[in-house]
Design a protein around this ligand. Structure first.
Ligand SMILES: Nc1ncnc2c1ncn2[C@@H]1O[C@H](COP(=O)(O)OP(=O)(O)OP(=O)(O)O)[C@@H](O)[C@H]1O
Length: 406
């Protein structure tokens, strides 16, 4: 706190000092204070100059940091940390390099750590452990709990999936005796929420196979060199868990039509796709691993993945028709306390254009209406209200999306 004039102790004895002595004492004090003031001003100027220097440095580092983060990064593994720096080995080309790091970064690194490096091979950041990445990208379920009875309105699709995926797993000898190769990959395509994942899970359940799911979008937009390696890992995990159903969701993220641009992001997507194709091609003796892929964007797919021996069984999974919607309503209300006044055929008619996922949401919301009303029985009106609410929410979301793209 700054001293106020009242706090200042006077440099003379108020009672004893003469007027002259008081003036002299005050002049002396003034001189000292002026000298101190001068000194402080110098220090302040120095501090300001120093501050400016730090501000500039901060700006430079922030800029540098931003630049480092923006340019595409490569993945490498730390081999050795020594006095000269850190020896890293790049993924993909296996080239070794010695790179310098800051003291803070050095403390954080250990041999075998995965790091992201920039074009000049400077370490930009330390990455998660490989096992963590695998866990995030791959979902492994040893016994998925979806059965064919849980899927409504996809009779034809179900039969086709069973024939192409289940038969080769259950009765491989049939194919060898007849002398034909079982179909390799199955591609399910159709709008979101129509039961593609469910079909893959149900077939894994039926054949006691491990269900391994990976989303194409998780593989790209990450770090250069990672996508292809993860695809390799994925097939390895599948082989280790035979019999297995390998489900690649959103395959369009790694297998869309080639674009002309040559950005490193595109190159990375290409590399990931090439790895997928080579895994599939080199998988002639696929053993007990079946591959199912899914997409909402069939029109975007690169024809290369549809060639014979790859995803050569194409199964469309459309939105359910009237009858399908009625069955799906019945499936999702199986365990609900539904009143006799609920008319499923009428519900199916009402929910025109709904996907299976929409119907599931309507059933849950109808249950919520009953709970809010302190009831345990769900009436027809609850379903009607739920459908209206969900439609209104969808309209809101659509409006928001179009605003975002406007
Ligand atoms: N045909 C269906 N029968 C019963 N329930 C369904 C059906 N389709 C979707 N559902 C419900 O919607 C949920 C989501 O479906 P699922 O994940 O299989 O859709 P998807 O087609 O794989 O969607 P996405 O393309 O968005 O990945 C399911 O868990 C289920 O509750």
């Amino acid at each position: 706190m700054t001293d106020t004039v009242d706090d200042v102790d006077l440099p003379y004895d108020e009672e004893a000092a003469s007027q002259q002595e008081k003036i002299e004492a005050l002049e002396e004090r003034l001189e000292v204070l002026e000298a101190q003031n001068e000194e402080m001003r110098d220090k302040l100027l120095d501090a300001n100059a120093e501050n400016n220097k730090y501000q500039q440095k901060l700006e430079r580092l922030t800029h540098e940091n931003k630049k480092l983060k923006q340019s595409p990064l490569f993945v490498a593994t730390v081999q050795e940390i020594n006095e000269d720096g850190v020896v890293i080995k790049q993924h993909g080309n296996n080239q070794e390099a010695l790179t310098e790091v800051t003291d803070e970064m050095r403390d954080d690194l250990e041999p075998d750590a995965r790091v992201a490096v920039n074009n000049s091979l400077s370490i930009v950041k330390k990455l998660e452990k490989e096992t963590d990445v695998r866990a995030r990208v791959m979902q492994v379920e040893h016994s998925p709990d979806v059965t064919y009875e849980d899927i409504g309105g996809l009779e034809e699709q179900m039969n086709e999936v069973r024939e192409t995926v289940e038969m080769p797993l259950d009765r491989p000898e049939m194919f060898s005796e007849v002398g034909i190769d079982p179909p390799s990959g199955v591609l399910l395509y159709g709008p979101p929420g129509t039961g593609k994942t469910m079909l893959a899970k149900a077939v894994a359940n039926q054949t006691d196979a491990t269900f391994i799911k990976m989303a194409g979008s998780e593989l790209v937009h990450k770090f250069i060199g990672e996508g292809a390696k993860l695809v390799r890992d994925l097939f390895e995990v599948a082989r280790e868990n035979e019999p297995a159903v390998l489900f690649i969701d959103e395959i369009d993220a790694i297998a869309s039509k080639r674009t002309d641009s040559k950005t490193s992001g595109d190159a990375e997507v290409q590399r990931t796709m090439m790895q997928l194709l080579s895994e599939m091609d080199g998988f002639a003796d696929r053993g007990e691993v079946r591959i199912i892929a899914a997409t909402n964007r069939f029109d975007m797919l690169d024809p290369a993945i549809l060639r014979p021996g790859r995803f050569d069984r194409l199964i469309e999974v459309p939105k359910p028709n009237d009858e399908g919607r009625e069955i799906i309503f019945q499936i999702h209300t199986r365990n609900m306390n539904v009143s006799d006044d609920v008319d499923f055929a009428e519900l199916a008619e009402m929910a025109e254009n709904a996907s299976g996922a929409d119907i599931k949401a309507v059933c849950t919301e109808a249950g919520m209406f009953a709970i809010r009303d302190d009831r345990t029985e769900i009436f027809m009106q609850d379903f009607v209200d739920a459908w209206e609410k969900i439609q209104a929410e969808e309209t809101d979301t659509d409006a928001e999306a179009s605003r975002a793209f406007a």
